[in-house]
Design a protein around this ligand. Structure first.
Ligand code: ADP
Length: 706
């Protein structure tokens, strides 16, 4: 190519305003050099190329004073570039920057000439840099390629809405060359445009434009390309590094979102807090590849907690089932504070929280369980402390917890906080609805009682009293019968009201259970003493006791257990003819439970009624036809009491007229009562007497109230 350059007309174009120009600079340059082939560049590469070219100016000789024309796309942020052009502007008086008016480059130019163009100008989509000195020449002339239908329709995305990856994958098409002729031509085209936008610069630019054709022919000494190549490489590497980081961030974000999604979907599907904790433990340990992950529920003041939810890597000792000390552990105390969101320890061997004071609990725990790196994150909902997530790395390698890891665990903790509270709220709601159910039951019981069970005896009492009042001449014998009937029915009403109140109290869960080690023999004796007082031996079946002498003591509340035994013995007497018999036996089923059975030879219970007898107001013959009295609430009360005592009651029978057996399953006490276990000590030993006295006092209350 010769030294001739296309003639440039520096006068403003006719019919064109000094506003937008539709023609692309790249198009103009390519039109001048039909043999030139444009190439595709990623934004990343263009940034690197531009910086390496700008460094030519920055590292050049002071007297070089090259022409520098830079054209920036319409983007919002050019703070770094503005600083760079401030330095470039100090190197040469011929530095021209074309950009959108609102950019830092135009809004506050320092040492360069600022040339604004309007957003609809073709330049808004282009990226140019021309450097023309005596000793070097380089140019970069590119236009952005808009390929997707979305960007084509909406125009270029704002730098604000663009992700780092999107930004770096933007593609440009154009030329980059050290060719002096192409550089000179590009400089001319750009300078012409500058005069179009800023006619006031015409005078200043004309000598430069005039000198450019001579510059083409100038035999200039090409500089050593190596520094340029090295700089280019450095900028490219920096760009690549940023890209890798951006990808890493996205991968971490995705991993985090996947984990949180999986936990949230479990939460949505389950109101069972245990299930949620199991998933969170498993997923967290998998995502962060830790040796051990623990998630436990606790409160700030708790002394210890039992580890239930744990996920382990291979060969890491399990903590599940162990009691985990909280109160004296300085790390737990640290995360229990309101404003602490995590405690991350990279190396337990040299972290001062484990060293001060020496031999503190956290240090002991770390040593015992071989924890080298430790992360604790509290689970909270608003200000409520609900539990802790702990991650351990064990063995000889330490691990520094990254901000990403910590924020991932914190995000899971937030999800867990919501889930635990939601589960708690659901449990409370269930509890509340159970209480409502109980209240409703009480209401129905009350209606049943007043509607039938109380009305019947009340009518009888009324009839008796009316007859007594209206017939003063009634025979003495009949009078006595009337009075006794009225008194009997008044008693019946009293028992009914008493049983009703007891059952309501038991069902409401408001009964305090005072569990203590008790002797079965003592309890049975006390229950029998009540029966013997009320029923003479001639009007009841024989009662035989078969209770071994050295039974283990049971763990129960004497007051209530005697109540159950009394009711069962009472029923056995009621439903067994006088010539029948009642046998009370007791034996140890296993190490934890003891069974007491009250068997009678009475009228028995149909197989299909064995459970129904525990219903409220169940009476085989109906209360109106009953021959033996009773409220129909006794067995319902027994069931509630046994539930509260941590035991069980059930009935067995071969059927009608085959007798019945009522069984009680009662927990055996852990503690041994010395007097009872001692071979030589009689049952009336002082220790047992004390317990007997205590039960008696309580039982007296029941007897009095009935
Ligand atoms: P009550 O005895 O006051 O009617 P309970 O709740 O104690 O009320 O008993 C409910 C019903 O269970 C009795 O009415 C009776 O039909 C049946 N039942 C209880 N104990 C026995 C027993 N030992 N033998 C046969 N039936 C029994």
């Amino acid at each position: 190519m010769g030294s001739e350059l296309a003639q440039i007309d520096v006068s403003p174009r006719k019919g064109m305003s000094s506003a937008a120009l539709p023609n692309s600079v790249l198009g103009d340059v390519l039109a001048e050099f039909p043999g030139l082939r444009s190439q595709i560049y990623f934004k990343n590469s263009l940034t690197a190329l531009s910086h390496a070219m700008e460094d030519l100016v920055l590292s050049g000789a002071e007297d070089e004073q090259p022409i520098v024309v830079a054209c920036f796309q319409k983007e919002r942020f050019y703070r770094q570039e503005a600083k760079r052009y401030e330095r470039i502007g100090r190197k040469s008086p011929h530095v021209f920057v074309l950009a959108s008016p609102e950019t830092d480059l135009i809004a506050s130019p320092s040492n360069h000439e600022a040339i604004p163009f309007t957003p609809d100008d073709a330049l808004a989509n282009e990226w140019h840099l021309v450097i023309l000195g005596d000793n070097y020449a380089a140019c970069l002339i590119c236009a952005e390629r808009r390929e997707t239908s979305e960007t084509a329709a909406t125009g270029k995305k704002s730098a604000l809405t663009e992700s780092p990856i999107e930004s770096r994958t933007r593609r440009f098409e154009g030329i980059w060359t050290f060719d002096r002729k192409i550089t000179c031509q590009s400089a001319l085209i750009l300078l012409e445009r500058i005069i179009h936008y800023r006619p006031d610069l015409k005078e200043r630019l004309t000598p430069l434009i005039t000198a450019i054709p001579e510059s083409v022919a100038k035999p200039f000494s090409h500089r050593d390309p190596e520094p340029f190549a090295q700089r280019l490489m450095t900028y490219l590497q920096t760009g690549q590094n940023k890209l890798t980081k951006a990808y890493q961030n996205i991968a971490n974000k995705e991993r985090r979102e996947r984990l949180i999604n999986s936990i949230s979907s479990t939460i949505r599907q389950s109101l069972n807090p245990d299930e949620v904790l199991v998933i969170a433990t498993k997923e967290l340990s998998k995502a962060l590849r830790v040796c051990r992950c623990l998630v436990y529920r606790c409160q700030v003041g708790d002394e210890t907690t039992e580890i239930v939810h744990e996920a382990l890597a291979a060969n890491v000792p399990a903590l599940a089932g162990n009691s985990w000390m909280l109160k004296d552990n300085p790390l737990f105390q640290a995360i229990a504070q309101d404003d602490v969101t995590a405690v991350a320890i990279a190396d337990t061997a040299c972290d001062e929280r484990l060293l001060e004071p020496a031999d503190n609990l956290a240090q002991q725990v770390a040593q015992q369980w071989n924890i080298t790196s430790w992360l604790l994150v509290p689970v909270r909902y608003r200000d409520k402390f609900l539990g802790v997530i702990e991650l351990h790395h064990c063995g000889s390698f330490t691990h520094t917890w990254s901000q990403d890891e910590v924020s991932l665990v914190e995000a899971v903790a937030v999800q867990l906080g919501g889930a635990l509270l939601q589960a708690q709220a659901y449990a409370d709601l269930e509890n509340f609805s159970e209480q409502l159910e109980v209240l409703n039951q009480t209401r129905s019981n009350l209606i049943a009682i007043t509607g039938h069970e109380l009305r019947t005896p009340l009518s009888t009492i009324r009839v008796c009293l009316e007859s007594l009042a209206s017939e003063p001449d009634m025979a003495q014998e009949l009078r006595q019968i009337m009075l006794e009937t009225a008194l009997d029915d008044a008693d019946r009403m009293r028992y009914l009201v008493q049983d009703f109140l007891t059952l309501s109290r038991l069902e409401s869960g408001r009964v305090p259970w005072n569990l203590e080690p008790l002797s079965v023999q003592e309890c049975v004796d006390l229950a029998l003493s009540g029966i013997y007082t009320r029923l003479d031996a001639s009007v009841r079946p024989a009662i035989i006791l078969k209770i071994p002498a050295h039974l283990s003591p049971i763990e129960s509340d004497g007051e209530w257990l005697v109540e159950v035994l009394s009711k069962l013995l009472d029923n056995a007497c009621k439903f067994t003819p006088n010539d029948g018999k009642i046998v009370v036996t007791a034996y140890e089923v296993d190490d934890n439970n003891l069974q007491i059975t009250i068997a009678d030879t009475g009228r028995g219970i149909e197989e299909n009624q064995l459970e129904a007898v525990f219903d409220r107001f169940y009476q085989a013959e109906g209360s109106l036809r009953r021959t033996v009295g009773g409220t129909g609430l006794g067995l319902a009360i027994c069931r509630q009491i046994m539930k509260g005592l941590g035991g069980r009651v059930w009935a067995e029978s071969e059927g009608r007229e085959c007798g019945s057996e009522f069984h009680l399953l009662v927990p055996i006490a852990d503690e041994i009562i010395p007097a009872i276990t001692s071979d030589s000590a009689p049952v009336s030993d002082s220790t047992v007497s004390l317990s007997r006295e205590a039960i008696r006092a309580k039982y007296r209350k029941i007897v009095q109230s009935t």
